[in-house]
Design a binder for this molecule. Structure first.
Ligand SMILES: C[S@@+](CC[C@H](N)C(=O)[O-])C[C@H]1O[C@@H](n2cnc3c(N)ncnc32)[C@H](O)[C@@H]1O
Length: 251
């Protein structure tokens, strides 16, 4: 995963300071903001020993390339993803951890990818996997929307998604595809086993080959007039159902 050179927003910058302070080259903050959130942010940055630079909102907006910076932006060096997908899976196997993976087949909108990473982090997914072609990479917008999860959830972009799904199946990871026209539902599906949840692109859903490669297809019940959910919302519904089943929490 190559991280952005500039990240912005309280969450994205705060998580980077917390998880990889050495990669933070400098943090620019809007010196005219004197509110409690900014004061707390500055105190934590000082505690972590990162370089703080006072700046005005215009300079921060220019650096961030966006007005959604909340008065905070950071120049960061890329954090090297320390492992490959294989190494990650072997690590899970070695520790007896049941894999929970989110596979996104062609999600191109950075806001959707950011939201998927955020919910993957929330639900404890071990990685997000996407094809190299036809998918968004991690950029500053993704990092901002992900609120720090772009630094905590490994994102693997693979050359051939169908081949990767077959490799997951060889490792006994059950590949569950999601589509609003599938006859089985999420709630009938056993999500406690080693699992890859496969979601499709914003407009067209999963590609045919991806669909065919899945072990099972499921739908999320829709009670209203709208046919489908946004992909990040669907990711959240599926991942949290997996989390609920695994923790045997009743809701
Ligand atoms: C906006 S939807 C795409 C809808 C598209 N018409 C299709 O054929 O899947 C994006 C993705 O979210 C997931 N999704 C959305 N609503 C769903 C539902 N009701 N059941 C299962 N998956 C759903 C699927 O993975 C879908 O590919």
């Amino acid at each position: 995963m190559s991280s952005p050179k500039v990240i912005f927003g309280f969450h994205a910058v705060g998580v980077r300071i917390k998880t990889a302070p050495a990669s933070v080259l400098e943090v620019l903050f809007d010196a005219s903001r004197r509110d409690a959130r900014m004061k707390q942010f500055i105190a934590r940055a000082q505690e972590a020993g990162v370089r703080l630079v006072e700046a005005d909102a215009l300079r921060i907006a220019k650096l961030a390339g966006s007005h959604g910076h909340q008065g905070v932006a950071a120049r960061v060096s890329p954090t090297q993803q320390s492992h490959s997908l294989d190494e990650l899976l072997e690590g899970l196997e070695a520790t007896g951890t049941v894999p929970l993976l989110l596979v996104l087949d062609g999600v191109t909108d950075p806001h959707n990818l950011g939201a998927c990473l955020r919910v993957a982090d929330g639900a404890g997914a071990h990685a997000v996997i996407a094809p190299k072609d036809h998918a968004a990479g991690i950029n500053a917008t993704v990092a901002k929307v992900a609120s720090g999860a772009a630094d905590t959830v490994p994102y693997f972009m693979v050359t051939n998604l169908a081949r990767t799904l077959n490799e997951l199946k060889e490792r006994d990871i059950w590949c569950v595809g999601t589509s609003d026209d599938a006859s089985g539902t999420l709630y009938q599906c056993d999500l406690k086993r080693p699992l890859a949840l496969v979601l499709g692109a914003e407009g067209v859903g999963m590609r045919q080959l991806t669909r065919k490669t899945c072990d099972e297809l499921i739908s999320i019940p829709m009670a209203g007039a709208v046919e489908s959910l946004n992909v990040s919302v669907a990711s959240g519904v599926c991942l949290y159902e997996a989390m609920r089943q695994r923790q045997s929490i009743s809701i």
